[in-house]
Design a protein around this ligand. Structure first.
Ligand SMILES: [Zn+2]
Length: 416
């Protein structure tokens, strides 16, 4: 048997087990329940499941889709999530290691010293990190479709894993590296300090939290109102719907969010200016760059902050322009996690191609007459899954234009 086939089967099985955990995340996280306790049980009769009923996909099939004890049907969503996760793990293995898509060597001049580029064994940590992202996006998307929220803990755990992995494996000459150049390190460090300050001020309630009563996008409100009506008719508990705000109120909430962005943007910019104009600072970061764990960590952090900022700017501009919320804060968090794993460039590309996936799904829904407003999280996730494979050719295509733009910017900065 070919070694690839062994890995594909193993990763499929591993993926179904991860999918089993995602089912727990999808069910418990929005309900505020612990992920680790109690062990899985039937949601209807609350009897704990035996380990053999818990085997991914097969357990559900053996039970005929019904609980062993109360015989009530178990949603087919459980085995579907497990199977889909397994297929994704196997699919990305085949793409990365057989078809050689996915992370690539960049355009760094250090590539002259690169090891044999056909040796992809070094890709395993990045493959593992990318599968953490894929699994997290799958769970976040399902929760977003069902509840119109993305629990922030999902992208924040992904970002934490990404900073550790990129700090650990990234070298300027490895595939999929995010190691930042000295100037970018300086920018990232300043912005990260600003972000920490803003988060601290938010916790100390010096910066106000926007939308303190919760928020909903336009279509989400209609969906939730419908759900509430159904719940009322059947006598179930009615979900709480946050109050609708006037355009002036929405703009006031946006000003609170701009206040949050103030410190990271100003400190990031200031740090970059110091790098540009103070030789001692530039020397400091040139020295720091040689500590690859630091340039890897900061490259990942920069990706997270750029990804989050791109969505946040779109949210603020859109909400200011239309007087109603244009994109959820959950999407900002989600893109923070995506950027930490894939880097600033890939996250930005994913954000701009996400509308195309939205359009494709809208057409599909029109054809199947499934009239239902979808939140933005799933589109961002689909775009990310695509970019994870095809960022390298896209970046190669965009590079001349971006280099021209950078040259233009440098001319302006240099002239002033
Ligand atoms: Zn049961």
């Amino acid at each position: 048997m070919s070694p690839h086939l062994v890995f594909i089967i193993f990763l499929f099985v591993l993926g179904t087990c991860v999918g089993s955990f995602l089912n727990v995340v999808i069910y418990r996280l929005p309900r505020g329940m612990s992920l680790w306790w109690p062990p899985s049980r039937c949601p209807r009769c609350e009897k704990p499941l035996a380990w053999y009923d818990n085997v991914p996909v097969l357990g559900w099939i053996m039970l005929g889709g019904r609980c062993r004890y109360c015989r009530k049907p178990i949603s087919p969503q459980y085995p579907i999530i497990e199977a889909v996760t397994g297929i994704l793990f196997a699919f990305y293995y085949a793409m990365f290691f057989v078809l050689h898509l996915g992370p690539c060597l960049g355009a760094s001049p250090l590539l002259l010293f690169a090891h044999d580029p056909s040796n992809r064994a070094g890709l395993w940590p990045l493959y593992g990190l990318d599968m953490v992202l894929i699994a997290g996006l799958l769970a976040a998307s399902v929760i977003d479709v069902e509840y119109y929220v993305i629990p922030a803990s999902i992208p924040w755990w992904i970002a934490a894993a990404a900073v550790v992995v990129h700090g650990w494996v990234d070298r300027p000459w490895t595939m999929g590296t995010l190691t930042a150049a000295p100037a970018a390190m300086s920018l990232a460090a300043g912005a990260a300090v600003g972000l920490a300050i803003s988060i601290a001020l938010l916790f100390l309630k010096i910066i106000p939290l926007s939308f303190p009563d919760g928020d909903l996008l336009e279509g989400e409100r209609r969906e939730l109102e419908q759900k509430a009506r159904q719940a009322q008719e059947s006598g179930r508990s009615v979900p709480e719907i946050p109050p609708e705000l006037t355009p002036a109120q929405v703009r006031a909430e946006m000003r609170k969010e701009m206040l949050f962005l103030f410190a990271p943007v100003i400190l990031g910019g200031a740090s970059l200016l110091l790098y540009t104009y103070v030789p001692a600072v530039a020397r400091f970061w040139l020295h720091g760059w040689r500590h690859y764990w630091l340039s890897g960590c900061l490259g990942s952090l920069l990706g997270a902050m750029v990804g989050g900022l791109v969505v946040w700017l779109a949210r603020i501009l859109g909400s200011y322009g239309f007087g109603r919320e244009a994109m959820g804060l959950g999407d900002v968090h989600l893109m923070f996690g995506i950027g930490a794993v894939l880097g600033a460039g890939a996250a930005t590309v994913a954000f701009f191609i996400a509308p195309f996936f939205g359009l494709a799904i809208a057409i599909y829904m029109l054809l199947t007459a499934a009239r239902r407003q979808l939140p933005y999280g799933p589109y961002l996730s689909l775009a990310t899954a695509f970019v994870m494979l095809f960022y390298c050719p896209i970046a190669g295509y965009l590079r001349p234009g971006i280099q021209g733009l950078m040259y233009f910017v440098r001319q302006i900065v240099g002239a002033s």
